[in-house]
Design a protein around this ligand. Structure first.
Ligand code: PGA
Length: 246
């Protein structure tokens, strides 16, 4: 994998946005895999700026989001549907019918998960997948112990993830316990992957992902087996990498 270290969050956001913009310009019908969380916010702001000021056109783009909390309707302020609408989709021109986010209110999760995989496949597969990383090394909601060949399914959130995400809810007790998530295997099928991480609280997960053994203890480590993955890191997130000392 390629490791790109920048001095701050703004720089990684801008550089990652340039990769997305290049993909969309060179292939207008590109299929993007999108992530939620604090990490991609700067990247999304830059894409919005490129759309407004430089006519970056998303009218033929298709998107698939990684995950959604089970039990939260699309209009819940902490749902990932709401997050994506507020922080990206309402500011750019991806057609609504091209946007795919797992349905946290489905009455039949297994059937929904299977159909989500089928929709990704029938769109031609994900060309460019954007990822953050959890402090426990998860990608999407593939918590430690998840199979590295897993597909879209319901996952139980790890305690660490519930604690990390409690900042968005009234209390940790309000964080949903389950999520629908693309699997590690689903993610690895993307043709190109960019993972962004900033801040010291991600440094041990980043080191385990990039330099540790490939292990379900850190599901991001599976990216070592992907042929076209780049990590965009700020200096704090990169601070525990051995290669950073060389
Ligand atoms: P964060 O979450 O971007 O809010 O830190 C990342 C993740 O859990 O994948």
């Amino acid at each position: 994998m390629e490791i790109i270290i920048q001095e701050n969050y703004a720089a990684i956001s801008q550089q990652a946005a340039a990769v997305v913009a290049d993909a969309v310009r060179s292939r207008p019908g590109t299929v993007l895999g999108l992530a939620t969380g604090s990490t991609p916010l700067g990247l999304y702001q830059e894409l919005i700026r490129l759309h407004r000021e430089e006519n970056l056109d998303f009218s033929q783009v298709t998107t698939f989001n990684l995950d959604e909390y089970v039990g939260l309707p699309a209009d819940h302020p902490q749902s990932y549907h709401y997050f994506m609408h507020e922080n990206l989709f309402r500011h750019i021109n991806v057609p609504a019918e091209n946007i795919h986010i797992p349905d946290g209110t489905t009455s039949d999760c297994p059937a929904f998960c299977e159909s989500y995989e089928e929709r990704i496949a029938s769109s031609g597969g994900i060309d460019l997948q954007i990822l953050g990383i959890g402090s426990d090394g998860h990608i999407a909601f593939n918590e430690p112990g998840s199979s590295l060949v897993s597909r879209t399914r319901v996952e139980t959130l790890a305690r660490q993830t519930i604690e990390d995400n409690a900042r968005f809810f009234a209390s940790a007790d309000d964080v949903p316990v389950h999520a629908i998530t693309m699997g590690v295997g689903t993610i690895l099928d993307a043709r190109k992957i960019i993972l962004l991480a900033n801040g010291a609280n991600k440094s041990s997960a980043v080191a385990a992902a990039a330099e540790g053994p490939v292990s379900s203890k850190c599901t991001a480590s599976a990216l070592q087996n992907h042929p076209d993955t780049s990590f965009f890191l700020d200096t704090e997130a990169a601070s525990q990498l051995q290669m950073a000392d060389e």
